[in-house]
Design a protein around this ligand. Sequence first.
Ligand code: NOJ
Length: 747
Amino acid sequence: MIVKEMKRMALCLFLLLFAGSVWSAAKEDRTEQRVDSVLRLMTLSEKIGQMNQVSSKEDPTGQLTECSNEEELIRSGQVGSMLNVVGVERTRHLQEIAVNDTRLHIPLIFALDVVHGYKTISPVPLAESCSWDMDLIEKSARVAAEEATASGIQWTFAPMVDIARDPRWGRVMEGSGEDPYLGSAIAKARVRGFQGTDLSAYNTMAACAKHFVGYGAAEGGRDYNTVDISKQRLRELYLPPFSAAADAGVATFMNSFNEVMGVPATGSTYLVRDILKGEWNFPGVVVSDWGSVAELIPHGVAEDKCDAAQLAVTAGCDMDMEGYCYVSSLEKLVLEGVVSESLIDDAVRRILRLKFDLGLFDDPYRYCDAEREKAEILSAEHRKVVREMACKSIVLLENREGILPLDNRCKNIGIVGPLADNPDDMLGSWCARGDGKDAIGILQGIKQAVGKGVRIRYAKGCEIEGDDRSGFSEAVQVAENSDVVIVCVGENRFMSGEAASRTRLTLPGVQRELLKAIKETGKPIVLLLSNGRPLVLDWEKENIGTIVECWQLGSEAGNAIADVLFGKYNPSGKLTMSFPYNEGQIPVYYNAKSTGRPYVPNVRYVTRYLDCPNVSLYSFGYGLSYTRFEYGELKLDKDTMFPGEKLRIDVSVANVGNYDGEETVQLYIRDVCSKITRPEKELKGFKKVFLKKGERTDISFELSLADLEYVLADGSRESDPGLFEVFVGGNPDDVKKAEFILVQGDK
Ligand code: NOJ
């Protein structure tokens, strides 16, 4: 009876899946027919107009070069998409022009950098990545999409999936840190969050994997600087999160500003035509970065706009963002026979397909609902999600004296520092239409959390930058009158993000001096850091026993920080980018390779610095909890593995401390001897578990051949038989280890 029922259910499921795939294939065919029917009607100039993306002049996110009237441009059929226009009223108005006043009535796509929220702001992406919580990261992107689409936007320039190993580069705050495995998982989660399962739904938006590719490798961490990476490194480090985003169905890609192997990415046939559109068969739209088509000229690979347009369109860039090269030159290039019209058709087909997929042809005003705009934005439900996201993004770096969580007997709390009463800077860079007025600062969050019985004293102490020490004495007085002092220091939100590279990564201005002055009072200190990149914290680590990396946590920053300080949430974040001892050590990252002269203490001719360790101050994967987790020995289900097999790794994890809490269990491997050099540790799995105090659980991982392979410069994958090491732990430096042998051939 049960067997019969199960068979019936399996049959139903099969039919459902089959019907689903037939339906979606039919839908795709229908879209292709509709695209063709529009394309057939278009003149060459109308086609090229679709390939032009124009920014609003009101709130540009780059240097404006043309000052043409946007409404006139739309009317004359020279715009396919706009960026930086927001709000139902304005987007509806411009959409009406496109739909009513142009010959073919083709709707516009409205785009914006909705990177970590639209109005309700989530933690900056680097912070979110420290949660290692894919479901929550997806939810956070969902909130952003709900709000942005309610405000007329249907295309976000996110996720930024650039792997970065250089904290001098300001844009590390936009990404997910240094690891390609974790970066790929997060790329997928964000794409799912923005796009949902149906792009045409009123509350989902097209995502954009950017910046393709290698932007994070700018020499010296200086934004827009030269990049030189080998094909090998491109394949194994920089490309994986992009291919993960493509696998997750990301609708669009953005070219990066940088060059790769001597060719600027926007004009690189190798990157866009061969890899993205060729090898990966990417069917979506590739948009240039802001002006990056025109920048082929200062790069020195194009003589003029005409040359630049030819290079970019040939390479596979479908849309020119604020470069005006396509609208000024492509028609001439096609008429002269220099550029084939089939290239234009291919680009326009992709753009029209996106417009159909977004449902814009069915209802160009689908994203213009003033009621929804009012109801959705800054809703209590959205705030709840970003507060949870903020709690989980916090990384506890030190708790040596066990000060945290703060004891509720503590009745006198001092709060000092320029980031304490500063909701604006909690938002971080790329905060779309976020407003400090809607954000909860740290002081406010703590005040709300403690209630009346606790006295809070506050002094700013100093500014984030500059050398004014005149506020120190007031701050010291606050400290002297308090049982514990919470020192809130870090960066402002303009110190990271685009065009915000820095060479000195210690606390800016006189903030470290303020910290020293507070330390001299002898009062217990809780150091709260708000920043958009890893900082140099050598002095702080040595001298302050309680350090919390709060990053820039968004609209609910103060509430989330209070949740952690008072133990309502037990911190579980783990760093996703290593913190250097000093700037001279950069780049320093966990997945380094061995060298021919590995480090051995007290030996001269080995790889080392005379004045600094080789490893980072705080590593990727590191982060404490109020509780303690204990790992059992690893159990492998076999010690030799054949290629078709899976290897199972079991480990028991116990919460042996005094608080309930979450642990991110991390799995790393090392291929001990292979044809090409491999990292000493490579992340290959992770699981986040919640354990009540005293609770123990068994965690299992599986490795298959694909996890043991590496990619070669030509994109092919290989594995080598022989010894592998496998490590599991709460961070890469504190692991249990086991070994197995990969054997070649069939069992
Ligand atoms: C330039 C940035 O590099 C890119 O990330 C962003 O999406 C565009 N400007 C549009 O604002």
